[in-house]
Design a protein around this ligand. Structure first.
Ligand code: 13P
Length: 282
């Protein structure tokens, strides 16, 4: 199938009480592994890349890779810019052919976040490309952005932010963090329910690696329709490679350990798709 926009899949998830899994990919093996999992689960999926991933191999490389894999697949796949950190990068992704864009102005002052987000929304509108933005600050380290000062999303601010920017989906900060948690994260799910009552567009949960499955499911019941997973996929791929090389220290063919890395990622993504409830929704 040709790449699709993330908008329709997220609206369907929103209306039907499940969530789309959004998976960060770093290389060709992870792209193939995630799409294999989506196909085996008959699930729509979003593949996404952050600015540091883009720095590694370039937007055209990820676009060509994901597009080729999506066209060979029989489930809908969207390609999303995750944590776009400038108007310029968002425009580059749009021009290359990404089918979903996030502009992350959450580290700016509220008014500046509104301004940059609205600019990206206006630029994406003619191509019908949906825009995700973040309000409040998800903690932890994602990419080169280290956030030691997380701030929860204020529900009233969210109403104004959505109205003034025209975004298609909103990433909320309710206590999740990017990366590995020390101990179990404490999520402010009442805040999520409050935002859901006031805001009608699909809501996004970042930082889902390490969040217990039941907690993710609770967030989905309370109105999350896209869940982002990155760190756990990186760990799974690396563990596959490490395990193979430990057992075969003389191996030198990247295909041999790449296959094992892919198997580990596919297994994990299938589990996450089940948690999101998007299996058999393709
Ligand atoms: P994790 O690395 O915690 O899974 O976060 C992923 C994410 O939110 C990407 O935007």
């Amino acid at each position: 199938m040709a790449l699709v926009s993330s908008e329709k899949m997220m609206l369907d998830a929103d209306r039907n009480g499940y969530s789309i899994g959004a998976f960060n990919v770093e290389n060709m093996e992870m792209v193939m592994a995630v799409i294999k999992a989506a196909e085996e689960m008959h699930a729509p999926a979003i593949l996404q890349t952050t600015p540091s991933t883009i720095k590694y191999a370039g937007l055209p490389m990820y676009y060509a890779n994901v597009r080729a894999a999506a066209e060979a697949a029989d489930v809908p796949i969207a390609l999303h810019l995750d944590h776009g950190n400038s108007f310029e990068l968002a425009m580059q992704a749009l021009r290359v052919g990404y089918t979903s864009i996030m502009i992350d102005g959450s580290h700016e002052a509220f008014e500046d976040n509104i301004a940059v987000t609205r600019r990206v929304v206006d630029a994406c509108r003619p191509s019908n490309i949906p825009v995700e933005a973040e309000l409040g600050k998800v903690g932890g380290k994602e990419d080169d952005l280290d956030c030691n000062d997380p701030g929860y999303t204020d529900p009233q601010d969210a109403v104004r932010f959505v109205a003034e920017t025209g975004i298609s989906s909103l990433a909320v900060a309710i206590g999740t963090a990017h990366g590995i948690y020390k101990g179990e994260p404490k999520l402010d799910v009442e805040r999520l329910s409050e935002i859901r009552k006031l805001v009608s567009i699909p809501l996004v949960l970042h930082g889902a690696s390490g969040v217990p499955d039941e907690a993710v499911k609770d967030c989905i019941r309370r109105g999350i329709s896209k869940v982002n997973f990155a760190t756990e996929l990186r760990i799974a791929y690396s563990n596959g490679v490490k395990d193979f090389l430990k057992a075969n220290p003389d191996a030198f063919d990247p295909k041999k350990y790449g296959v094992v890395g892919m198997e580990y990622v596919t297994k994990l993504v299938k589990e996450k798709i089940k948690v999101c409830g998007c299996d058999n929704r393709a």
